[in-house]
Ligand binder design. Structure first.
Ligand SMILES: [Zn+2]
Ligand SMILES: [Zn+2]
Length: 243
């Protein structure tokens, strides 16, 4: 599996870099995971967006869905060159208003996922876990052959993430705060991300959903410190990781 970072900021885009979006590829399949602000533009540097096989959304906050409407227009305006008749867009149904937006007549089709059964999307197996966030959001575990990627989506830290991420080859975490952040938070700190990677025994950690106003080297250094022996990298636009 090849995963390419298309956007990595939490909340809003900044200085030419977008919010959450990851392109997952293998066996000629192109799956877009989250579709944040700036993601469609960046995606077109790698593939024609009409060549997508599916989109999978972790939740309906704008920094994960901002470019979905324009992606649907992209498919609507160029029907001749689409890879599929309609674009499958996977989302949860805990929010019916937003789920309904995934379907656009003759262009895209919303498909429900849930946390009690596996979704087969192309050659990939997707499993979902409800996270702790102000709106319903789902972490996802993507498996192909004997390799797995876990993406926490947006979440406050909770112990259930350890089991879910256990032994994965790559863990991508929502790391929006430095280690000294206190009080009620809806994302993880560098300390929590690093410790999660270590406790789950993952092979690699990628910190993402990064803050705009904290130096990335500081975020990385802190995360690596708590991750112990787990090699840690920070997400950046165009980063490609082979799993
Ligand atoms: Zn977010
Ligand atoms: Zn969110």
């Amino acid at each position: 599996m090849l995963i390419t970072v298309l956007g990595y900021y939490g909340g809003y885009p900044y200085k030419g870099h977008g919010t959450s979006g990851y392109l997952l590829q293998d066996e000629g399949q192109n799956i877009l995971i989250d579709c944040g602000s700036g993601v469609l533009n960046e995606l077109s540097n790698y593939i024609d967006p009409l060549q997508l096989d599916a989109v999978v959304l972790s939740h309906y906050h704008h920094d994960h869905t901002a470019d979905l409407g324009v992606l649907q227009y992209n498919w609507q305006l160029d029907p001749q060159n689409r890879k599929h008749e309609v674009l499958p867009i996977y989302g949860h149904t805990q929010d019916f208003v937003n789920f309904a937006q995934l379907t656009m007549d003759g262009v895209s089709q919303g498909i429900a996922y849930n946390d009690y059964e596996t979704s087969e999307i192309g050659p990939f197996k997707f499993e979902f876990l409800r996270t702790i966030h102000p709106v319903p959001a789902y972490a996802m575990k993507i498996t192909k052959d004997d390799k797995s990627i876990v993406y926490t989506s947006d979440t406050a830290y909770f112990d259930g993430l350890i089991d879910f991420a256990k032994g994965s080859d790559l863990l991508i975490t929502d790391t929006n705060f430095a280690e000294d952040k206190t009080g009620k938070i809806w994302h993880m700190t560098t300390k929590q991300s690093g410790k999660l990677a270590k406790d789950a025994g993952v092979k690699r950690l990628m910190i993402s959903h990064l803050p705009q106003k904290i130096d990335v080297d500081t975020m990385l250094k802190q995360s690596q410190n708590y991750a112990g022996n787990v090699p840690t990298i920070n997400a950046f636009t165009g980063l490609e990781v082979e799993v």
